[in-house]
Design a protein around this ligand. Structure first.
Ligand code: DC
Length: 220
């Protein structure tokens, strides 16, 4: 049986997960959030006091950290060694550790295997950094979703404000630029637009406008 896959790649804060969830719901596809998998492993490294610079310890830890995915009420849950850590991985600390530790091939290959196996079993919308270039090079539709760094910082700032968290927008932008640079410049499977991906800049678009654009590409 042929399963369809839609790959949505792009830098942090471009709106990938919100859009991917919407498109998946509309299409009745499964949404696969690959960032959550890197975040779950990052949480394991943090809990075990492993520095992102310690390649050997990170590689060894990969053998002891089991990451799996479950779906509850249609929402992806990420399970680390039997514990549902979905609500613990959304912090800046975990995000930065995920970005720093995902440079290692051992970390990536472990999770890529899981990602590919999910796409073999169901129709998926998968978001990440290198889904269209490396994880699912034969995806049926590839989108590269981006937005200016200040616009991404503004969105993050508003999201934090809504949760009652004070933050400095310039610090957030600095963090975003650093994360982009790390994700784009790593040697193994860096963040880049696939040659056959459609570029969407969401800086001046609403979530619904972006989702509609993608749904139109699917129809066509
Ligand atoms: O999308 P996110 O913010 O949850 O991802 C956190 C980090 O994980 C990101 O900065 C880089 C890494 N990541 C990756 O290397 N490859 C992916 N497919 C997804 C995330």
């Amino acid at each position: 049986m042929k399963y369809y896959s839609i790959a949505i790649d792009g830098p942090a804060g471009a709106g990938k997960s919100t859009i991917a969830k919407k498109v998946a719901k509309h299409m009745n596809f499964i949404y696969v959030d690959t960032g959550a998998m890197y975040r779950a492993l990052a949480l394991y490294f943090i809990r075990n006091n492993i520095a992102a610079t310690d390649k050997e310890k990170i590689e060894n830890a990969c053998n002891n950290a089991d990451v799996t995915i479950e779906y509850k009420d249609g929402e992806q849950q990420v399970i680390l060694n039997g514990e549902n850590v979905s609500s613990l991985i959304r912090t800046e600390e975990v995000g930065n550790m995920a970005s720093a530790s995902s440079v290692y091939p051992a970390v990536r290959l472990k999770l890529v295997e899981l990602q590919r196996s999910l796409a073999k079993k169901a129709n998926v919308v998968m978001d990440g950094r290198e889904i269209g270039t490396f994880v699912l090079p034969d995806a049926d539709l590839k989108i590269y979703l981006t937005a200016g760094s200040m616009e991404r910082a503004r969105r993050r700032f508003l999201e934090l404000k809504e949760r009652g968290i004070e933050a400095d927008i310039n610090e957030i932008e600095k963090d975003i630029i650093e994360r982009d640079s790390r994700d784009m410049n790593r040697e193994f499977a860096p963040l880049k637009q696939a040659e056959d991906a459609i570029l969407i800049d969401s800086s001046n678009l609403t979530i619904d406008e972006v989702a509609e654009k993608i749904l139109n590409f699917i129809k066509n």
